[in-house]
Design a binder for this molecule. Structure first.
Ligand code: SF4
Length: 331
């Protein structure tokens, strides 16, 4: 990993914006670089505070944390812009971070896996964005046709992938024979759940090319079990998170529907859902989380009680069918 924190751009922006106190948000894998990043601010005599909260995506902009600290700028590293923040929020500067790697050895390795496929749907996580033209050229030089996933919803660029928005991949599915995800298991798993064509992950950090075959069936089985458990549950906890990009706002409608089906419901709020926070809600049989849909899906094994996404709750209530949800994508 050779991370480029776009220091020149950061310094230029800091000189222009002249903040007094900055709150910095770093993704989990970059928190180890806090000292290096801190130095940039110290050299400019700018007070800097690092957020110790988790920062899994561009949805987690620490507006309230910054306000309570009195920060006049948030510098959010490692994700592209995901949402518009409210007017009263401190200004936000996004530093996407580039990983400057030579991707060619991994691309060469991938050719064997991709032998039978001519047209490839390509998506990348943000740290590879600067390399994407080279990646396309490599595949084209090797006889492939590349189609980038479309920019739909909260993704920032054509070809950009995030964990909760796969419409851009679905929209090109009929034009390609398979998908290649230049990123990590989190992104490729979401892709495998959302599209029916084969999905291959190029994971440079674990030095692996993975065919995601079988992931979809395995996860779907788990999701069906959770929905069936929900149908037999009486006491339901609906969870909303306080993260600014995860306020999906459907809880009133959902609670109404649950009550109409004779369920007892309470509404719970938290900054981030974790197993220990749910443990003491002893008499709740099933939770529905209206925040990051990937928590319910990816962290299935960590929770004792079933956790459903909004779409899954609608299946359990009889408002949607599995076929309808799978057609649009489960995530
Ligand atoms: S909602 Fe979840 S998947 Fe989407 S950006 Fe946030 S953390 Fe990532």
């Amino acid at each position: 990993m050779t991370l480029n924190f776009e220091t020149d751009y950061l310094i230029e922006q800091l000189k222009e914006k002249k903040p007094k106190k900055v709150l910095v948000q770093l993704p989990e894998g970059v928190k180890q670089n806090a000292f290096e990043i801190s130095k940039v601010f110290e050299d400019l005599n700018i007070e800097v505070v690092f957020s110790g909260e988790t920062c899994w995506g561009g949805c987690a902009i620490a507006v309230e944390e910054a306000k309570s600290l009195g920060s006049d700028l948030i510098v959010h590293f490692g994700h592209a812009k995901f949402i518009e923040t409210p007017e009263e929020s401190p200004e936000i500067l996004y530093i996407e971070i580039r990983d400057e790697l030579n991707l060619i050895p991994w691309l060469e390795k991938s050719l064997k896996e991709l032998e039978e496929f001519k047209k490839i749907g390509l998506s990348y996580s943000i740290q590879h964005r600067h390399d994407i033209k080279k990646v396309i050229k490599f595949y084209e030089d090797n006889g492939k046709k590349i189609v980038l996933s479309k920019k739909i919803g909260n993704v920032a660029y054509e070809g950009h992938i995030i964990g909760c928005q796969y419409s851009g991949l679905k929209s090109i599915e009929d034009k390609v024979d398979c998908f290649v995800i230049l990123g990590n298991n989190f992104h490729s798993m979401g892709a495998a759940l959302s599209v029916e064509k084969p999905v291959f992950l190029i994971d440079v950090y674990n030095d692996k090319i993975t065919n995601m075959k079988g992931v979809r069936d395995k996860i779907l089985k788990q999701r069906i079990v959770s929905v069936e458990k929900f149908k037999n549950s009486k006491n339901i906890g609906v969870i909303i998170e306080t993260k600014i990009g995860q306020k999906f706002g459907m809880h009133d409608l959902l609670i109404k529907k649950l009550k109409e089906k004779g369920k007892n419901v309470i509404l719970i709020t938290m900054n981030e859902m974790t197993p220990d926070k749910l443990m003491n809600f002893y008499y709740i049989d099933c939770f529905i989380e209206l925040a990051c849909p990937r928590i319910a899906i990816d962290d299935f094994a960590k929770y004792e009680k079933p956790i459903l996404t909004f779409k899954e709750a609608l299946i359990g209530l009889g408002d949607l069918t599995w076929d309808e949800v799978l057609k649009k994508g489960i995530v």
